[in-house]
Design a protein around this ligand. Structure first.
Ligand code: PGA
Length: 255
């Protein structure tokens, strides 16, 4: 059984004070420790503040990016060791905003995922097609290639730890969620590719869906056989909303 994993991607939102206030309000809402991994990804400037609040709880901390080198002349960058020092257990890599706005390549994502695993952190590796790619029938080719290249430096022994996040770009921040069936179709393809690359471990790897996930649609997405969690932007900015997503079993499917 794959354990569901719900991650909040706050992108460039919240000051330290706002992030800390979220964490304080959120912890009591999820204290019954549901059978779900819960992850908060604040901006780099708020990692420390959130880390102090969630320390000792079952809520984990993620960075939104990382640099693969241990240290050096990389102005503006943050290493795996620095994230460990802040208490991060996870880091998002290859988000479509980083790929499209900052030119991040599959090769860089592969280096980052490799460095994270070497440092004992869980990479959340994002993949996803644009609207044009979907409309011209390239979804499987695009996502398949991103997957293969982004995971090229992961060996089978460590693959089980890696989380893949399928985020169709046309669904991110647009309010247009992929229907559960459309999402499942791509998740099934991803599952097949993971199996081909990593064997047994591919079956155990978790695949999140991301793109306009809300309390109202999370249950029907989670009901799909290959959707093991969600990477949530907009609907993760309020404690109540994200706690409803964490408690997705309480929401009604198909709403
Ligand atoms: P969204 O963002 O939930 O606001 O669509 C998801 C993401 O980009 O991770």
């Amino acid at each position: 059984m794959r354990r569901p994993v719900m991650a909040a991607n706050w992108k460039m939102h919240k000051t330290r004070g706002e992030a800390e206030a979220f964490a304080r309000a959120f912890l009591p809402l999820v204290k019954e420790a549901p059978d779900v991994d819960v992850v908060l990804a604040p901006t780099a400037t708020a990692l420390d503040a959130v880390s102090r609040v969630i320390e000792g709880s079952h809520v984990a901390l993620a960075a939104q990016n990382v640099h693969p080198a241990e240290q050096g002349a990389f102005t503006g960058e943050i290493s795996v060791g620095m994230l460990q020092d802040l208490g991060c257990g996870y880091a998002i890599v290859g988000h479509s905003e980083r790929r499209t706005l900052f030119g991040e390549t599959d090769a860089q994502v592969a280096e980052k995922a490799h460095a994270l695993l070497a440092g004992g952190l869980v990479p959340i590796v994002c993949v996803g097609e644009s609207l044009e790619q979907r409309e011209t029938g390239q979804t499987f080719a695009v996502v398949g290639a991103q997957l293969q290249e982004s995971l090229s430096k992961v060996d089978a022994a460590q693959a089980e730890k890696v989380i893949v996040a399928y985020e169709p770009i046309w669904a991110i921040g647009t309010g247009k969620t992929a229907t559960p069936e459309i999402a499942q179709e791509t998740h099934a393809m991803i599952r097949e590719r993971l199996g081909a690359q990593f064997g047994e471990a591919g079956t155990a790897m978790r695949i999140q869906y991301g793109g306009s996930v809300k309390p109202e649609n999370v249950a029907s997405l989670m009901a799909q056989p290959d959707i093991d969690g969600a990477l949530v932007g907009g609907a993760s900015l309020e404690p109540e909303s994200f706690s409803r997503i964490v408690h997705f079993q309480r929401e009604t499917a198909g709403a």
